[in-house]
Design a protein around this ligand. Sequence first.
Ligand SMILES: Nc1ncnc2c1ncn2[C@@H]1O[C@H](COP(=O)(O)OP(=O)(O)OP(=O)(O)O)[C@@H](O)[C@H]1O
Length: 278
Amino acid sequence: MATTTLMKPKNEYWETQAVSFEKETKPKENILETKDLRVFYGEKEALHGVSLSFPKNHVTALIGPSGCGKSTFLRSLNRMNDEVAGCRVKGDILYRGSNLNTNHADIFMIRKHIGMVFQKPNPFAKSIYENIAFGPKHHGVKKKVVLDQIVEESLRKAAIWDEVKDRLHKSALALSGGQQQRLCIARALAMEPDVLLLDEPASALDPVSTGKIEELIRELKQDYTVAIVTHNMQQAARISDYTAFFYMGNLIEVDETSVMFTNPKQKQTENYISGNFG
Ligand SMILES: Nc1ncnc2c1ncn2[C@@H]1O[C@H](COP(=O)(O)OP(=O)(O)OP(=O)(O)O)[C@@H](O)[C@H]1O
């Protein structure tokens, strides 16, 4: 069977990490794509066959009412649902043309390429430095000079370097909630992902911290492809290029964000975005 190299090393940090995945198809511009994705919790089908593409270097927002399946869908994209007892995922998850939803896919590498940040900031009870260096160390990066570089670059990209550069060896738990969340984004960036999955990353934060996260997301898309779950439609409108509306486990509509919020095609979408839902 034809295979393709999942990961093209971007620099010397990862030169030993290339792995092969079964080749299914070769999307031209969509770095990540699902086809007929179905997710079950026990016997209950929570997602009913979702096909959605994530264009490279764009932000795609996933919106919809509580319980519609946004987080379930997002967690499927880097196989995080494997950690949920009783959860099964059917269908294809194509990352750079390779199907991740197979028994032989390397979960460790998937999560390196497709990083995730959760709603509640969850730094490790370690120093700021160790939070960032932890992942690269586990992937075999040993030299201190290289780890120092990764730590600085990641914190700079996450727009928190200036705030923490003088206390890198102090506990991450002493940071504010907004700083902790940017630290968690830096921790994901330290793995040099292609894709960032953000599950309501600002919902636990104050407006100033939320503004910083939104600004950061707009900058990150220059280098990464971003999928973000948000309850906040203004936020989706501010930061995303595409918006996908979910309802009761179905993807109802996806379009450019400017179109979705001004001229949605489906009545359900219109009702949701105009607040006349239920
Ligand atoms: N671990 C689980 N076990 C069983 N059912 C679950 C589990 N997680 C989610 N579900 C169910 O799957 C459906 C989709 O839930 P999900 O959390 O993905 O929705 P959501 O759109 O992200 O909701 P919210 O916006 O409230 O976070 C819901 O009916 C939910 O009850």
